[in-house]
Write a protein that binds this ligand. Structure first.
Ligand code: XMP
Ligand code: MG
Length: 227
């Protein structure tokens, strides 16, 4: 990650961050604060936006092939808010532009982290799941860490929403965070990237409720977040 100056009026006070995936124009105070957080070394680039986008295209193709082989007539995505919103929407677009199977998009909210680096130990699931009765559901989640969220969500979908089957697709897998009691949730069918045990933000994931919108993923070097 490096910074460079912008040409033209206002160049002196408008830093431009250059990263592997493009440019961020820091236009106002809030964006300047964000820009400083990135350039000050609190963040370091972990996965560039071009890598993320390429990988999502690959995942979309894998999903289409598998769903066709399973003779499913529709691809039913359940996107877990908030973290998987960008990942899920892009994945849906990629699947749809390949054009072979219709895509249904559903959303659910699952929260276990709050604003801390360590999971609260509880997981709140909220959303209307009536439409998933009898469906082959692909859960789209931002990150698999301890495993608690996906373990609980999978059970909830099978036992309470009566989904026919549940397949899991995560953008990130942090195996170092896994808790033994959530190991037996079964196979994770689709994984974007395996990452080390660091706290990450961007690509939908937040750091104190900010930075979700970054198109790339950064590791957060904050001593208060001892992951
Ligand atoms: P579990 O522990 O339930 O975690 O597998 C999954 C949920 O926790 C959040 N999470 C993170 N959020 N940076 C974040 O911004 C991280 O490094 C991180 N690790 C876990 C995430 O919301 C996920 O749904
Ligand atoms: Mg999440």
């Amino acid at each position: 990650m490096r910074t460079c100056s912008q040409s033209g009026p206002g160049a002196a006070r408008t830093p431009v961050l250059v990263h592997a995936g493009g440019l961020i124009h820091a236009r106002d105070r809030e964006e300047q604060v964000r820009a400083q957080a990135i350039s000050s070394g609190i963040f370091s680039l972990l996965i560039s936006s071009s890598h993320i986008n390429k990988r999502i295209t690959e995942l979309a193709h894998n999903i289409i092939c598998t769903e066709r082989a399973r003779r499913h007539e529709e691809i039913c995505l359940l996107i877990v808010l908030k973290g998987a919103v960008f990942f899920g929407c892009r994945l849906a677009r990629e699947i749809s532009s390949a054009g072979s199977l219709p895509v249904a998009m559903h959303f659910i909210s699952a929260a276990s982290y709050g604003n801390q680096a360590h999971s609260s130990g509880r997981c709140r699931i909220a959303g209307n799941l009536n439409a998933l009765h009898g469906k082959d559901v692909i859960v789209v989640e931002d990150i698999l860490d301890s495993g608690r969220t996906l373990y609980k969500l999978k059970n909830h979908l099978l036992k309470k929403a009566h989904a026919a089957s549940v397949t899991i697709c995560v953008l990130l897998d942090k195996p170092g965070g896994r808790k033994a009691r959530f190991q037996n949730m079964g196979r994770i069918d689709y994984i974007g990237f395996r990452i080390p045990a660091v706290f990450v933000a961007g690509g939908g994931l937040d750091y104190f409720d900010q930075f979700r919108e970054l198109p790339f993923i950064v590791a957060v070097h904050d001593k208060a977040l001892c992951v």
